[in-house]
Design a protein around this ligand. Structure first.
Ligand code: ATP
Length: 349
């Protein structure tokens, strides 16, 4: 996509603004962002279901901006499966081959192959109304895959499934995509899904792409404060501060050292909850904030300690804690795990 924008209602609604993105051959790329940020519109433009208001879309070197969806060799799978209700599972899957005039024996062979790949071989003669949500989703994936598309487009395909099935289908989809090596663009607002499946993730907000990176880089080097706060659960702690006399003051009581690369005035200091230590005694480090325990939540896998630091609340994920609400504590972090963002929210260090 080259500088692709999409406006609706005569320009009143900016669904996408100047999207620049190159999806690599065979890649699993995820559009991740909150509801209404323009993910579906971007996907529909790749499919040819919407025409960009500005900019161009290429498949390899071919400009497809105005090409009809049928000529693009893309397959799209939606959240609601969109199966033909009056056809059996088999008829649904083979339909794309039928309309292309593929002979019946070859169709049977291909349906058997795909059904096997998706583990729905026992459901081929069932009515879509009588199979489970997961099986319906597999059927709709099978119908998309059987066309051997050059690009596979998926719009929240797992959101109608229950939590257990979602997990199962998540790894299944990833396996399929690896096996078939089809370039895939996947839309979701679920960051766990994005992180677990994407080779790279394009994080979107308000119609624009904020960062494109692999999951590790996105997590470890969020380039803007917005991305930092969007990725991670609980998200990164960000404290507003100002630089004075060689220190970054986050409130009247607390300051951390200002490094040479810290911006001259307004700064946001960021640290991930799992990188923090919370102690009753003062640790021997300058990278330490004084606060008061608000709540201690033992969540099984970890303990979430909420600490009031000035007007802000800091979340810390720790293995074990015998701290109590109201107790005065010290929250400390390694310098290497501190992120600094300037007044415009851009990462500086
Ligand atoms: P969700 O996750 O809720 O589906 P999304 O990130 O996919 O959201 P889009 O569906 O692409 O977002 O919508 C982006 C913006 O464009 C929204 O403000 C939406 O209301 C608007 N929009 C999308 N399609 C149309 C349309 N056909 N006419 C007018 N506005 C539209």
């Amino acid at each position: 996509m080259q500088s692709v924008s999409k406006f609706f209602d005569g320009g009143d609604i900016i669904a996408n603004y100047k999207l620049d993105l190159e999806v690599r051959d065979g890649e699993f790329l995820v559009f991740l962002g909150p509801s209404g940020c323009g993910k579906t519109t971007a996907l529909r433009m790749i499919a040819g279901l919407e025409t960009p208001s500005e900019g161009d879309i290429y498949f390899d070197d071919d400009r497809v901006t105005d090409m009809a969806p049928a000529d693009r060799n893309v397959a799209m799978v939606f959240q609601n499966y969109a199966l033909y209700p009056h056809m059996s599972v088999r008829e649904n899957i083979e339909y794309p081959l039928k309309i292309r005039g593929v002979p019946p024996e070859e169709r049977d062979e291909r349906v058997a192959e795909i059904a096997d790949l998706l583990h729905i071989e026992d459901q081929l003669d069932s009515d879509p109304a009588n199979i489970s949500g997961g099986q319906r989703q597999r059927t709709s994936l099978a119908r998309a895959i059987i066309r051997e598309p050059s690009v596979f487009l998926l719009d929240e395909p797992l959101s109608n499934l229950d939590a257990k099935l979602r997990l199962e289908m998540r790894s299944e989809l990833k396996r399929l995509q690896n096996e078939l090596d089809i370039t895939t663009v996947y839309v979701t607002h679920n960051q766990e899904e994005a992180m677990s499946m994407g080779d790279r993730i394009a994080v979107m907000n308000e119609g624009t792409i904020r960062q494109v990176a692999d999951p590790e880089e996105l997590y470890r080097r969020p380039r803007t404060a917005w991305v930092a706060e969007f990725i991670g659960s609980p998200p990164m702690n960000l404290l507003e501060g100002s630089r004075r006399n060689g220190a970054i003051h986050v409130d009247d009581e607390n300051a951390v050292p200002a490094t040479d690369d810290a911006p001259p005035d307004d700064v946001s200091v960021g640290f991930r909850p799992e990188d923090l230590a919370v102690t009753a005694t003062e640790p021997d480090t300058d990278w330490c904030l004084r606060g008061r325990v608000k709540t201690v939540e033992p969540l099984g896998e970890y303990v979430l300690v909420n600490v009031d630091v000035g007007d802000a609340t800091v979340n810390a994920k720790v293995d074990h804690s015998d701290l109590e609400s109201g107790q005065q504590v010290f929250v400390s972090v390694d310098r290497g795990d501190v992120y600094l963002y300037d007044g415009d929210g851009e990462l500086v260090a």
